[in-house]
Design a protein around this ligand. Sequence first.
Ligand code: S0N
Length: 274
Amino acid sequence: MELKYPWQTLKDYKEILFQQYNGIARISINRPEKHNAFTPLTVQEMSEAMELARQNPEIGVIILSGEGGRAFCSGGDQSVRGHGGYIGEDTVPRLNVLDLQMQIRRIPKPVVAMVAGWAIGGGHVLHVVCDLTVAADNARFGQTGPNVGSFDGGFGASYLARIVGQKKAREIWYLCDQYDAQDALQMGLVNKVVPLELLEETTVAWCQKILEKSPMALRMLKSAFNAELDGQAGIQELAGNATLLYYLTEEAKEGKNAFLEKRKPDFSKYPKFP
Ligand code: S0N
């Protein structure tokens, strides 16, 4: 799939592309010969790129995608799956995609999955944990775990059930059927379906719309959506943002200044809102 926009490389990696265009970062799995199955290295690189995108003040939204136009991601690379996880060059078995899922969920910038072709297994879970999914008309979705001796009982099950409902989520996992883009749209699994040739354009247009919005409002909303589902960890994320906002106030600065100036703080002029 030829890209239409002049994406610029932010950093070179072996198994992913990490690029930016107009405030949008694109992290794309670059293993099209394996339908973009991930190895521990792929995940490690995605994780680093995600952190770089988080820290980069120029970046407001992140696109997750797969190269080649035939697959978003086909999950863990079964050829390197060993005893207790996926095995990289250091011979240590890892399930590090679970950390990446958490990172996507907690990064305070929207993450948009741009899905062409297969989103299967752990690859399906990756799009599920993204904030939004724009799918091409050739996209196909599904879980394979019970066929290949694997399962994701975390976000891959519980968050999926929040999106499509308990019955449908159980069907997806128990039957391991594949669903086309229209099926996915109907069950609320994706936000929009477009012809493959319009996938990049539409996803970028959605990202540009997001970039016009208040970054603080988006940050608060993302953590609020998470808080409802994530228990204590979700409250911690939302409360961290409340602290950030409080630190921006003169009222909070009076407390810090008084400490540094070795005087009693004077909060008397700050309103006691009803
Ligand atoms: C996607 C499928 C249905 C596409 O079929 P199609 O179009 O017939 O293409 P193929 O000829 O099958 O594939 C083309 C080439 O790509 C290779 N390939 C595809 N997928 C993988 C893969 N996942 N690993 C390694 N190679 C893959 C094919 O082998 C082929 O190469 P050649 O031509 O050289 O033979 C079909 O490809 C398919 O069903 N793929 C497998 C999908 C799958 O089962 N994925 C793994 C599912 N499990 C996970 O993802 C683990 C989940 C996970 O990560 C996790 C989550 C929570 C807790 C733990 C874990 C954990 O890490 O285990």
